[in-house]
Design a binder for this molecule. Structure first.
Ligand SMILES: Cc1ncc(COP(=O)(O)O)c(C=O)c1O
Length: 396
């Protein structure tokens, strides 16, 4: 029988991430496409998760999250950003950052509301708009070579300002930014904050890579800028801070009035997130500063290794300031085809999977990404070494 899909999902199709992972598996390629680590997070958190299961913490949690986890999220925000949050009213635990963002959209947007966001974008943002009937207003980030050849991803301030209007309800930011690795500077964030205030717009700041920031860059929390605390929801994820992407424990933090919107929707999406994992994430958030420093240092090493390998293979590399993704321009290789062709060929002929960057731009801006591919470096040294060996063949 053939039942038509609902209009809200009928245009979605299979994501390019699934397609590239399937192709990678079929061809035995090293998968640097989808962004999940091939190693585990901290042992104390795993111990806390199994202890919680054995201790019988296996029933529904309170819908807003266990008190222990909400308090740990508040301590984390105080430790790293000097933020003072009320765990009762201003913190909501969700099933990953993705659910936090969907709940915010469902709880705070009406059909026809406009959402300003940058492209390329994380793949759920535009479908989330479609699911609530909101309209994305996309502002492109463009690669720009500096005098020393280093590549920066920049937006045109006039283009950003022109995206705001009386129908704008929300500005969706992602810093550190997937896929470009850009960490928005304080000056850029001030410009965004000024526009949000001028147009009386809410901000949703996806900061899941807050701890994956490399030497020379500094992560600024949008909510920490003057006038922004009262209008900003910040989204975080244990998947990215602790390399447990499969646990899907995330959170939204922000003023009571905005948290209420998240909570009203969240209670009818999942009601609550996995109870024993919430306890384990609470324990993990309280790990000492050395954990967080070692996390960034370890990823700095992986970043330096992969960017070196890609450069040696003949690609023009954009060195990320944050996240575990690296964008590379393959035009110096003289490949005849676009980024989708290149990534399919790289997977099937060279044996390394990457994601075509155009998948993360809307139709009108796809030409900007024609020669760019995204590589993930959240992988064990031996996985990266296996990819390196194969990528050498590009030179030949
Ligand atoms: C920018 C960004 N936001 C959100 C997520 C999803 O986070 P979670 O797994 O906690 O839903 C990802 C995952 O790759 C991401 O890159």
């Amino acid at each position: 029988m053939n039942f038509p899909l609902a209009h809200r999902v009928s245009g979605f199709g299979l994501t390019i991430f699934s397609e590239m992972s399937r192709l990678a598996a079929e061809h035995g390629a090293v998968n640097l496409g989808q962004g999940f680590p091939d190693f585990d997070g901290p042992e104390p958190a795993k111990d806390a998760a199994s202890a919680a299961i054995r201790a019988g913490q296996n029933q529904y949690a309170p819908t807003t999250g266990t008190p222990a986890l909400r308090q740990a999220i508040a301590r984390h925000a105080r430790r790293f950003y000097g933020q003072d949050l009320d765990p009762e009213a201003e913190i909501t635990v969700t099933s990953g950052a993705t659910e936090a963002m969907l709940a915010a959209f469902l709880g705070l947007l009406n059909p026809g509301d406009e959402v300003v966001m940058f492209e390329p974008y994380f793949d759920s943002y535009v479908p989330h708009c479609a699911m609530v009937g909101a309209i994305p207003r996309l502002v492109p980030l463009r690669p720009q070579a500096k005098a020393d050849g280093a590549i920066e991803w920049v937006f045109d301030p006039d283009e950003l300002a022109a995206a705001f209007n009386a129908r704008t309800r929300l500005c969706l930011l992602n810093t550190p930014h997937n896929p470009t690795g850009k960490v928005f500077s304080e000056a850029e964030l001030r410009l965004i904050a000024e526009l949000c205030q001028r147009w009386d717009v809410l901000a949703l700041s996806d900061e899941v890579y807050e701890h994956l920031v490399y030497p020379g860059a500094r992560h600024t929390r949008l909510a920490a800028l003057p006038g922004m605390a009262e209008r900003t929801l910040t989204v975080g994820s244990s998947g990215k801070i602790f390399n447990f992407t499969g646990w899907k424990i995330g959170w939204a933090i922000g003023p009571a009035a905005l948290s209420l919107g998240v909570r009203r929707a969240h209670q009818y999406i999942t009601f609550c997130s996995a109870t024993p994992l919430q306890g384990a994430v609470a324990a993990a958030l309280d790990l000492d500063d050395e954990y967080y420093q070692a996390l960034a240092a370890d990823y700095t090493g992986k970043r330096d290794y992969l960017t070196g390998v890609l450069r040696a293979a003949g690609l023009r590399v954009s060195v990320p300031q944050g996240t575990y993704f690296c964008m590379a321009d393959f035009s110096p290789l003289g490949f005849d085809g676009d980024d989708v062709d290149f990534c399919r060929w790289l997977t099937t002929a060279i044996g390394v999977a990457a994601i075509p960057a155009s998948a993360m731009y809307a139709e009108a801006a796809k030409p900007l990404a024609r020669h760019w591919a995204r590589f993930a470096f959240c992988k064990r040294p031996e996985t990266l070494a296996a990819a390196a060996e194969r990528l050498q063949r590009l030179r030949r």
